[in-house]
Design a protein. Structure first.
Length: 95
């Protein structure tokens, strides 16, 4: 499902997501995860492309999140995946 440009959806209050926390939810029909690290918020597709595990339950590491099921690791700032797991080393989430 595509979310119309400019459409906003409530995910949670900023104060509900503490430092080092990750949360996932359906937003506009899409699984989305948000992590807070270093005082910044990072939003990304919540389903790991390998076998659709919920990245909201993943391990948050400095600058990255690792899928709990098969240890695929994604950079929070870019979505880049470990090179052996994605063509060209970058995984593009959403449209």
């Amino acid at each position: 499902m595509s979310v119309p440009a400019g459409r906003a959806f409530r995910f949670c209050a900023s104060t509900e997501l503490s430092e080092g926390a990750v949360r996932s939810a359906l937003v506009g029909g899409r699984a989305v995860a948000v992590a807070r690290q270093g005082g910044r918020l990072f939003a990304f597709g919540a389903l790991c492309p390998h076998q659709q595990a919920d990245l909201g339950a993943g391990l948050l590491e400095p600058g990255a999140i690792t899928c709990q099921d098969h240890l695929w690791r994604f950079e929070l700032a870019t979505g880049a995946c470990e090179p052996e797991h994605a063509a060209g080393g970058v995984l593009h989430l959403g449209q």
